[in-house]
Design a protein around this ligand. Structure first.
Ligand SMILES: Cc1cc2nc3c(=O)[nH]c(=O)nc-3n(C[C@H](O)[C@H](O)[C@H](O)COP(=O)(O)OP(=O)(O)OC[C@H]3O[C@@H](n4cnc5c(N)ncnc54)[C@H](O)[C@@H]3O)c2cc1C
Length: 393
């Protein structure tokens, strides 16, 4: 970390969602002398993506970086109560280790196999299921059009809001300063960020800025003249119930993007689509469940032929339109102390702990020490070379 400074902060984090708070937590827990401010304009998180997430956490990815981010983060979630305890109070984030299941048609088997082998080689507990094994395990599921599935019993889901509150409380207890204000402008001089100014004009001099503004990250990028391919992508999380019983299910996901899990007396999930105009649109389309989600559910489980959608909550992905993966790390070659932590495209909550730790390593030690995230950095964006997942959307 650069010393000899007149800056008031070592790090100013713009955005106090899961990513920003996890970064503050790892900075302060690794270096209690690091002066960290988290600027969050909406401390009630009215529109933030984190509380609107479905809460799924999985190791089922194709790219090693994403598998490793999960390998680190999921055990952290399992110990969250103890790790995030403040004054002896251990938060409960409702972690359910009820597993994840990816199902694919015959055309997807080869890619699923490659991903499965990579996941296993990186230490994930994954099981290969062919259709008969799948039917035996989940008798209600229609499997005749499926080629295979991968089940990861150690994965599951958690309560996103409780997770965010726990991170926030702990980061503050460790000494991060939480500033309830909008970051309005950023001053860059001699290719370095010098200052973040709040909407009321208050200047925050700083050695580093982390852009953890989620779906609003492109607006923060614009403050320094950076054009990132991140766009706000609306998607819906539905809560629905089913009159007929189904055996206990893991988080189920298919390649047509149907993704859902048990929640209370019913289920929570949806069918996100990339064919959605980009923008800050929080309107709920109450016809979407019937048009897109219900047919996909009823196709897979006949019990869902009679289902009732009881709630539809819109939220935004910070979608990286280049490759659906996050942009993590410095704006290399242009402004090295402006760090990105955005573009998570639907998997930011599950990767928040490992991302926070990676950024803390970069800032405090000048390099990645545990997971090398270089390939998720800015250079691929600059080159226009996607680093996408394979077979996983
Ligand atoms: C319906 C839905 C389901 C999802 N399901 C999952 C899932 O199952 N698993 C998973 O891992 N992820 C899931 N996600 C994605 C996940 O929610 C995000 O990747 C993650 O929450 C991103 O966290 P964040 O901290 O970057 O963003 P946010 O939580 O959006 O936080 C960003 C914050 O920045 C603040 N901000 C923005 N601009 C400024 C500014 N100029 N000044 C001050 N503050 C500012 C905002 O107010 C906001 O609070 C889902 C998302 C949606 C919408």
């Amino acid at each position: 970390m650069p010393t000899a400074t007149t800056a008031a902060y070592d790090v100013v984090i713009i955005g106090g969602g899961a990513i920003g708070m996890a970064t503050a937590y790892y900075l302060r827990s690794n270096d209690p002398g690091c002066r960290v401010a988290v600027v969050e304009r909406d401390p009630a998180y009215t529109l933030a993506s984190t509380p609107r997430a479905s809460g799924g956490v999985r190791r089922l990815f194709a790219r090693p970086e994403n598998i490793l981010l999960s390998n680190f983060s999921i055990p952290v979630f399992e110990r969250f109560g103890e790790l995030m305890a403040v004054d002896g109070e251990c938060p409960d984030i409702g972690f359910r280790r009820n597993g994840y299941l990816f199902i694919v048609p015959p055309a997807g088997v080869e890619t699923l196999r490659r991903n499965f082998e990579r996941q296993a080689s990186l230490g994930a507990n994954v099981a290969w299921l062919d259709p008969p094994a799948l039917r035996q395990r989940f008798p209600s599921m229609r499997v005749d059009d499926l080629g295979a599935a991968v089940h990861s019993p150690d994965d599951g889901w958690l309560d996103p809001y409780a997770t965010l509150m726990a991170l926030r409380r702990k980061a503050r207890a460790l000494g991060a300063e939480l500033i309830a204000a909008e970051a309005a402008t950023i001053t860059v001089r001699d290719r370095l960020v010098r200052e973040v100014a709040l909407a009321d004009g208050t200047p925050l001099r700083t050695n580093f800025v982390v852009n953890a503004a989620g779906a609003w990250a492109p607006l923060v990028c614009a403050m320094v003249g950076m054009r990132a391919p991140i766009t706000p992508l609306r998607r819906f999380e539905h809560y629905f119930e089913c009159e007929e019983p189904i055996e206990p299910l893991p988080y189920v996901k298919d390649v047509n993007r149907l993704a859902f899990r048990p929640e209370g007396r019913g289920y929570s999930g949806g069918v996100p689509t990339l064919h959605e105009p980009r923008g800050y649109n929080f309107e709920a389309d109450h016809g979407y469940f019937e048009a897109a989600v219900w047919p996909a559910l009823a196709h897979r489980f006949r019990q869902f032929e009679r289902t009732k959608c009881k709630a539809t909550l819109p939220g935004l992905y910070d979608q990286n339109d280049l490759d659906g993966n996050p942009i993590i790390g410095p704006w290399t070659g242009t402004c090295e102390n402006f760090l990105m932590a955005a573009g998570f495209s639907g998997h930011g909550l599950m990767h928040a702990p490992a991302t926070g730790r990676a950024l803390a390593e970069l800032i405090l030690r000048g390099r990645y020490e545990t997971i090398d995230l270089t390939r998720l950095g800015w250079a691929r964006i600059e080159r226009g070379e996607p680093y996408a997942e394979a077979g996983i959307i």
